[in-house]
Design a protein around this ligand. Structure first.
Ligand code: ADP
Ligand code: MG
Length: 242
């Protein structure tokens, strides 16, 4: 049974159809990448899955339940977590304090301190624990935000362009991080432009174009698909072969 399934999902903004009959199913434990040109509707699909937008029609099924009518906070409580493109870290607080805020919802005292320590190690941020989050490098900020997004051990993690603006080394480290989370059992859906990242992490790839599923398959079949290459023409960027 799929952990996440969208059924004939549609979203219109006025006369603009941004999501069109999207039927996407993720198997539990899958690491799936979502690609597509700018404006294809990737972030909108995330907002529909999280419940920040209500669909014009169609359903979102999660863990066997129809969650289409649930508020975002109820979806988060059931184990869906999202890291959006804009970092949501507290820049004026230390790295440690940021993790403390995220982890203190379900831990306290000794176990909270232990969880912060192991999360700092997992994110490669132990040496920067006392730094203000605002002083971290771009890549480190993204890792901290991923750390906060997974603090409540979600079953389904959605990542919107986690490697945007990163160097190739940072991108590879992010791929390692995402793979480690997936190895713990977390199902991951990542929007990504960087084809090196997609190749590093994804078992399956879905291409979105004008709000529709345009192609789906493993990375080799997607990269070899001339129709997929054509939809990126004239975009000036992506998919990058980093
Ligand atoms: P992507 O993430 O693939 O770049 P988006 O989902 O951000 O694409 O946007 C898809 C389309 O939907 C764009 O044309 C965008 O302008 C439009 N759109 C997104 N959110 C809204 C909104 N709240 N109101 C109106 N149009 C929107
Ligand atoms: Mg987007």
């Amino acid at each position: 049974m799929a952990i996440l399934e969208t059924r004939n999902l549609n979203k219109r903004f006025g006369g603009l159809q941004v999501t069109s009959d999207v039927n996407l199913a993720l198997e539990p434990g899958e690491l799936h990448c979502l690609i597509g040109p700018n404006g294809a509707g990737k972030s909108t699909l995330f907002r529909l899955i999280l419940g920040e937008y209500a669909p014009s029609s169609g359903q979102v099924i999660y863990d066997g339940h129809d969650i289409t009518a649930l508020q975002s906070h109820d979806r988060i409580r059931r184990g869906i977590s999202v890291k959006f493109q804009v970092p949501g870290i507290f820049k004026a607080l230390s790295v440690r304090q940021n993790l403390e805020i995220a982890l203190q919802h379900h831990l306290e005292g000794h176990s909270l301190r232990g969880a912060i320590k192991s999360q700092l190690e997992f994110l490669n941020l132990s040496a920067d624990a006392a730094q203000l989050a605002g002083n971290l490098s771009h890549g480190q900020k993204q890792w901290l935000e991923i750390g906060m997004a997974v603090a409540l051990k979600p079953k389904l993690l959605l990542l919107d362009e986690p490697t945007a603006g990163m160097s190739p080394d940072e991108t590879r480290a992010t791929g390692d991080l995402v793979r480690a989370l997936n190895a713990e059992g977390m199902t991951v859906l990542a929007v990504e432009h960087d084809m090196a990242f997609v190749r590093q992490v994804a078992s399956r790839v879905t291409v979105l174009h004008f709000g529709r599923i345009f192609a789906q398959g493993d990375i080799d079949s997607i990269v070899a698909d001339e129709r997929v290459a054509e939809i990126y023409l004239g975009q000036g960027h992506g998919p990058h072969h980093g």
